[in-house]
Design a protein. Structure first.
Length: 144
């Protein structure tokens, strides 16, 4: 019976409830998910990224075209990021402390979402979803 269930419904519902769970928890400490993405992106490499690089790289994840740029500005205003004269953004001590606290919180939230789901089951589910995405993308690429 489950094999006949619509993947769009269940994948959409999973996205909605998991994202809401994460965003609600972050909102309780006055942080947004896009701000968390920015903190992680700025921390990701050995060299500081430019503000423009952060915006271009994260905008596809955002709900609107200006959301990431606003998040960078909010984090600068909050003192968690600083922008240098060359347009590169750096985590401040406060920003790194906040990023680490958020990472710990996200790890705890992930544990709630994954309760009763083994790593093997999770990996299998992701493989299935990735295959479905690839199937649809290949058909779309062939369609004129």
């Amino acid at each position: 019976m489950l094999a006949g269930q619509p993947i769009g419904y269940w994948s959409g519902l999973a996205h909605t409830v998991v994202t809401r769970h994460l965003r609600d928890a972050m909102a309780r400490i006055d942080v947004t998910q896009p701000q968390y993405w920015v903190l992680n992106r700025v921390n990701a490499g050995p060299a500081a990224p430019s503000r423009a690089e952060v915006v271009v790289q994260l905008t596809p994840l955002a709900e609107g075209p200006d959301e990431i740029a606003r998040s960078v500005d909010q984090l600068v205003h909050r003192g968690w990021l600083r922008a240098d004269a060359g347009g590169y953004v750096h985590l401040t001590e406060g920003g790194e402390a906040a990023r680490a606290r958020l990472r710990a919180m996200v790890t705890e939230l992930r544990a709630v979402v994954h309760e009763g789901v083994s790593d093997e089951e999770y990996v299998a589910a992701l493989k299935v979803l990735r295959r479905m995405v690839a199937n649809v993308e290949s058909v779309e690429a062939e369609t004129p």
